[in-house]
Write a protein that binds this ligand. Structure first.
Ligand SMILES: Nc1ncnc2c1ncn2[C@@H]1O[C@H](COP(=O)(O)OP(=O)(O)O)[C@@H](O)[C@H]1O
Ligand SMILES: [Mg+2]
Length: 328
């Protein structure tokens, strides 16, 4: 069973210039105990996807069709506000780029970590002990006295690790991490990623990890979902997608990635051109205008092509593309 199973998801925003089709027929799985990376340039629908899962779409947004099945039994698109609130936090938790979104500047770290456990019957001392244990797991030095300190007394890297500790404290089934290491320097990024991987294994949760950083995705994730203009253009194991990409967009991302030649890149490589206007989606392939592999079928809607076990790409040429060498 998958922790999260998304199928046929279509999200629209109403705008002054008409309906904007932000997510189109999105489908993928987040298997139990797996880390799934979501990659795609700005405006591809990553935040919309997260918000749709969390039931936090902007007022002008609407899930028009599709399913978001959580733990096989909760159909998230059908839950009431209260039911969703009860899942958010304890069962589906989040970490964002800015840890201060999760930390309250006027409460000590200990108070906040005890407060999170409000649903628990344990005594206050037990809750504090649990907080210490979590802080130790995220390698905050002198965890016991750290409980009495306030967020501003910690460095950026430590604040992010505290936010991770808070997100995982209630042992959620799913952690959604949106660019959690983007604001950190390269060394801290590596340690934070290692930590996240250790904790994920220990807790046994699934993770959806959004990142621009292809190197981090390759290191951390089991599976990867490549998004372009609100569509999943490719999905599969990191191994399959990075070694034999079947979509020209994935191939361009990998080929443009300076990490392939020298060192890691902190931003997604740039590909000439722009994402199409999502208010007037092209009839055919969404990537056609920027694609180097033009052929006759590009003006037709592209069907997801199966490239092997759980590896698929939305390009009629996928078979051919995946057999090309990935050039550095
Ligand atoms: N509240 C909104 N109203 C109208 N358009 C929106 C709204 N939120 C996002 N969009 C549009 O939806 C598309 C996807 O945006 P987003 O999910 O933020 O992408 P990403 O997180 O990948 O950068 C973009 O075209 C963006 O302009
Ligand atoms: Mg975003």
């Amino acid at each position: 069973m998958s922790t999260l199973s998304i199928s046929g998801l279509n999200v629209f925003f109403s705008t002054e210039d008409g309906p904007l089709h932000a997510l189109k027929d999105v489908a993928f799985e987040v298997p139990e105990r797996k880390i799934v990376g979501i990659v795609g340039e700005s405006g591809c629908g990553k935040s919309t996807l997260i918000n749709a899962i969390l039931g936090l779409l902007a007022d002008n947004g609407e899930v028009r069709s599709g399913q978001i099945l959580f733990e096989g039994s909760h159909e998230l698109t059908q839950l009431s506000k209260v039911e969703m609130q009860n899942l958010r936090g304890p069962r589906i938790s989040t970490v964002f780029q800015d840890p201060m979104g999760a930390l309250n500047p006027v409460l000590s770290v200990g108070q906040q970590m005890v407060n999170i456990q409000y649903r628990d019957d344990a005594s206050k001392a037990q809750k504090a002990a649990r907080a210490v244990e979590m802080l130790q797991l995220v390698r905050i030095p002198d965890a016991e006295s750290a409980l009495g300190r306030y967020p501003h007394q910690f460095s950026g890297g430590m604040k992010q690790r505290i936010a991770i500790a808070m997100a995982l404290m209630m042992e959620p089934a799913l952690l959604i991490a949106d660019e959690p290491t983007t604001a950190l320097d390269a060394t801290l990024e590596v340690t934070t990623i290692e930590l996240l991987k250790d904790l994920q294994k220990k807790i046994g949760c699934s993770v959806m990890f959004i990142s621009h950083h292809l190197g981090v995705i390759a290191e951390l994730c089991d599976d990867v979902v490549v998004m372009y203009a609100g569509e999943v253009v490719e999905r599969g194991t990191v191994r399959d997608v990075f070694h034999a990409p079947g979509h020209p967009y994935t191939r361009r991302l990998l080929e443009c990635d300076p990490a392939r030649q020298t060192e890691r890149t902190r931003i997604l490589p740039t590909i000439p051109g722009e994402i199409p206007d999502l208010r007037a989606r092209p009839q055919g392939c969404v990537f056609a205008a920027r694609c180097l592999q033009q052929h006759l079928g590009c003006d037709q809607p592209q069907v997801e092509q199966n490239l092997g076990h759980d590896h698929a790409a939305r390009c009629n040429l996928a078979d051919e593309v995946s057999n090309q060498e990935v050039s550095a």
